[in-house]
Design a protein around this ligand. Sequence first.
Ligand code: CA
Length: 641
Amino acid sequence: MHNLPRIRPSIYLFLSIFLFSCPIFAQKIQVQRVEPTNWWVGMKEPRLQLILHGKDLGGSNVEISHPGVRLEQVHTVENPNYLFVDLTVGPDARPGTFNLVLTKEVAVRRGRRTTQQRVSTSFPYELKARTNELKAQGVDQSDLIYLLLPDRFANGDPSNDRFADMADTKADRNDPFLRHGGDLQGVINHMDYFKEMGVTALWLNPIIENNQPLTNEGGVQRSAYHGYGFTDHYQVDKRLGGNTAYKKLVEVAHASGIKIVQDAVYNHVGINHWFIKDLPMKDWLHQWPTYTNTSYKDQPLVDPYASAIDRKVTSDGWFVPFLPDLNQNNPFVANYLLQHAIWTVEKFGIDAWRVDTYMYNDLEFMNRCNAALLEEYPRLHIFGENWVNSVVNQAYFQRNNLQVPFKSNLPGCTDFQLQFAINDALNQNIGWNEGVQRLYQVLGQDYVYEDPSKNVIFLDNHDMDRFLSVVGEDMQKYRMGMSWLLTSRGIPQIYYGTEILMKNFKNPSDAEVRKDFPGGFPGDKENKFLTSGRTNAENEAFNFVKKLATYRKNTPALHSGKLMQYLPQDGVYVYFRYDDTKTVMVVMNSNEKEVSLSTARFSERIKSATKAKNVVTDETIPVVETMKLAARTAYVLELIP
Ligand code: CA
């Protein structure tokens, strides 16, 4: 170590003069993030709007040089840390990486004088070639969707259960409100289970990063294990395995003949989203003078007599205080969300979208977004969560035959009206408008939809009491419900665990209906994925679902056949699914006792058939003038011509 020279006083004088006369360098400009994180050449829509986030980007000049790519416009917005860049990716654009070069004149003070100085920075941007991987296959009536909550289904990788660098560092299976460690590898590990059951599509509750802190809800610290508070649109949560695991899941599923439905959340994001912490502009969000919650009421959106304020509260009020409500009327927000949706289909190859809280979105934006997705991917299916209380209000939010001022282009919905009706059919006493009448009446209003077969039908989901509990743990009713689900019109969806008799009401909280699938987690004492791990009753239920699901999978009359239903009489509801080659007759006796059914009334569909195969038992039974129906039983009968 050499001796440091002693600084003489004259040097101090020199240094202070030097520093005073030197330029005060302006802050460098810096790009930290560009989204979409990449794009592709050869997309139908050539326009692309990039959001650049960093430091002091406002007012920058942007240059790019790449064959076939044209810079159209650069937008400086309220927050100088952002820049929006409009590009056209022409049909002749080649895959490759180019630099976004930003330059800016900044004021520099030199002594008492201020001069201008140029500063610059650049950021690489990649245009990829599109691949021929299977994607956007759509789901339709030939499918059976299995809905699962990734955190609660199976833990295939205990090393990703928790991370010290995330806002919520906890994972604890003993706490119903904390994360339990389930992940996408856990889903991949059970592909054979889905196939065995006859499942052809998986709908996962949201998988995008939720780097949210624990939130205090009703005095309880809760994690965002449900996934509905995105914090980085372009990252799948690393506790689920990140983008790599999601890509792998889609590939493995597709190779197994199983499609993937992604849960889209356009309406809001998590309070910890990166752009919430540094808002691009004030009206990026729906701002209110004081916190305003949505009323959760659909009526003001459809009511011809509604007040403007009621409408505004429904759609612009926040869902909860920690999920900021995005202003989709802001064109930058709209582009951001819409491009992310396209990016997701192209990047991961998903087959369908389920849109969360559909009616709370700006409905014109949703039309634009749906149209953009369907233009790019014509076979893609999109269905919205429209949790409302009437058929006509439900139809308002999708393609319908109504003459109303706003026309939705949403292809389908989660059919809550039929979910209410099947539960009433199974639980109410028979009456003029009660019991199985409800199923008959609700289906009888299908004329309001442009295509009701695109609706997703279900017995329960992650937000509802579990079906088995709703029917009082009555296995007869359970089988009736399943028989209906797997033979009625629409795309059936099963909620994970319903096939192995998982039960519970949402009491005291929805965590009760989101329990871990037994056998999915290290150390589980029981493994309900295996026949040997299930009780007799659970195997009976599983085999019942499997039998009907497999039958459905192989029966085009249930995919594209017509539906004919008969006015229920004396608590017996009869309907047919049929095409030119096959007729399936479903007979539901909702009575608490055995009854006789006179079949003469159904000759229009039974025609000359004298026998039928009981699809569940494989027995051949005679179709006679009077048939004995056991109490609380549904028969699925394939007529033998
Ligand atoms: Ca894990």
